[in-house]
Design a protein around this ligand. Structure first.
Ligand code: ASP
Length: 438
């Protein structure tokens, strides 16, 4: 059975199991104590290999390019396409929310109920605090943060952009020194890359069970279906926007690389399913890299750069969500702020905010605070604003992470094609031949 079917079965069973446990006395505690840890172990393993994988594949990839000017072309193209797709996402989001107007007509009773329940909840307070810390930084802090002062700290803290910078630096210098001197280090990273890729294969054997645990744990967190139903229209807007965005990627791929959308989806789907289950592009990164390199045929030198950068700066799903969420909140509690100028400001700040969002669960909601503040949203209303969307944030986070990951994979294919680095996929064994492993 193909890996994605096994993962889907694990997810469905996890959801059913979660609902059953939700209705049994002590069921939630059972999931928290005995099921959730297996999901956590899986995410830990993926994070464990993310940093060595970026380091190895990028250093090896750059040293294979053999030409520094190609790095410049690749970098520039990647960034321009990333910004372009993010703008498309925000425009889709804003169009939907302005046409459907999901926030109009919400009764004061419902608003009051949501406010009471979530305004001072730990989740909302935590997001506001995080947003405050982020805001205190100077305008160029994000740029300064790319350059590490201590590589071991950068590796230890898994600072993606710092690791990417270091890997690029090493890769470029390997090109600048005599080939004979560079060879041992290139060989070392090549070998490390192979080992880590094999680790991805092995970890993925555990994926169907891990997604069972992750989804069962998501389901037990839902407690108030009444509030969920009240937010249904808002959630439908976000999900429809995300689906449109996936449609956009498929057209982009078909037009530019001539590959069939179904072929693309069947090959990338394990990464999408993991993005959905983990809500984290960073945790999904090793799997995205494996799928893109071995199953879509993108050369390492492109995927090694485009994907880690994308996981950190390209979040189309997040920016689409931020546009919809900001306008939805205004429709409900600050209709006077709904001006055309403010929506233009949202386009710019949602773009920047998605670049600045960390690739971890619910980071998009933290940055939403900054988007709202940029249009002068009254600060005393901020906790209520976040409370409004809090109940459905986790499922929407799962969906937007799928789009974030799909966007990165799409752009890596497009950039690879434009550089002549897209070839026939070369799937390696093990995850593809489960029988052989057994
Ligand atoms: N969870 C998202 C990601 O990792 C970020 C967000 O939108 O919260 O891509």
């Amino acid at each position: 059975m193909a890996l994605h079917w096994k993962i889907i079965i694990g997810m469905v069973l996890g959801i059913i199991f979660g609902f059953i446990m939700n209705s049994i006395d002590g069921g939630r505690d059972f999931v928290t104590d005995w099921i959730k840890p297996f999901g956590t172990i899986f995410i830990n393993l993926l994070k464990l290999i993310a940093v060595p994988l970026i380091l190895a594949s990028l250093i090896k990839g750059i040293s294979d390019l053999k030409d520094i000017s190609k790095i410049k072309t690749m970098g520039l193209r990647t960034l321009v396409i990333y910004v372009g797709t993010t703008l498309v996402a925000i425009i889709i989001g804003l169009s939907i929310v302005n046409i459907v107007k999901p926030g109009e007509g919400m009764s004061t009773d419902t608003i009051e109920k949501i406010k009471m329940k979530y305004e001072s909840s730990a989740g909302v307070v935590d997001k506001l605090n995080k947003a405050n810390n982020q805001k205190d930084a100077g305008p160029l802090q994000a740029l300064v943060d790319i350059f590490p002062s201590n590589i071991f700290k950068a590796l230890g803290d898994a600072k993606m952009l710092q690791v990417i910078f270091f890997a690029l630096f090493v890769g470029i210098c390997l090109l600048l020194i005599p080939e004979k001197k560079a060879a041992p280090l290139v060989k070392f990273f090549d070998s490390l890359n192979e080992v880590v890729m094999k680790m991805v294969d092995l970890i993925m054997l555990f994926a169907p069970y891990a997604v069972f645990a992750l989804l069962a744990n998501v389901i037990i967190a839902f407690d108030d279906t009444e509030i969920l139903l009240k937010l249904l229209m808002y959630a439908v807007c976000v999900v429809s926007g995300l689906l449109l965005m996936i449609g956009f990627y498929l057209i982009f791929i078909k037009m530019y690389t001539k590959k069939s959308p179904l072929w693309f989806l069947s090959r990338i789907s394990p990464a999408q399913l993991l993005a959905f289950s983990t809500s984290s592009s960073a945790a999904t990164l090793p799997v995205t890299m494996e799928r893109v390199e071995e199953h879509l045929g993108v050369d390492k030198e492109v995927s090694g750069f485009v994907l880690p950068v994308g996981a950190t700066v390209n979040m189309d799903g997040t920016s689409l969500y931020q546009g919809i969420a900001a306008v939805f909140i205004m429709q409900v509690i600050w209709p006077e702020g709904l001006t055309f100028t403010n929506q233009l400001v949202i386009v710019v700040t949602a773009l920047l905010a998605s670049i600045g969002s960390a690739a971890v669960p619910s980071a998009g909601m933290v940055m939403l605070v900054i988007v709202l503040e940029s249009i002068g949203f009254p600060s005393e209303l901020l906790p209520i604003g976040l409370a409004l969307i809090f109940a459905v944030d986790r499922p929407l986070d799962m969906c937007r992470t799928v789009v974030n990951v799909t966007g990165d994979a799409t752009v890596s294919m497009v950039v690879a094609k434009s550089l002549g680095k897209l070839s026939a996929p070369k799937p390696k064994n093990w995850d593809d031949n489960y029988e052989a492993v057994k």
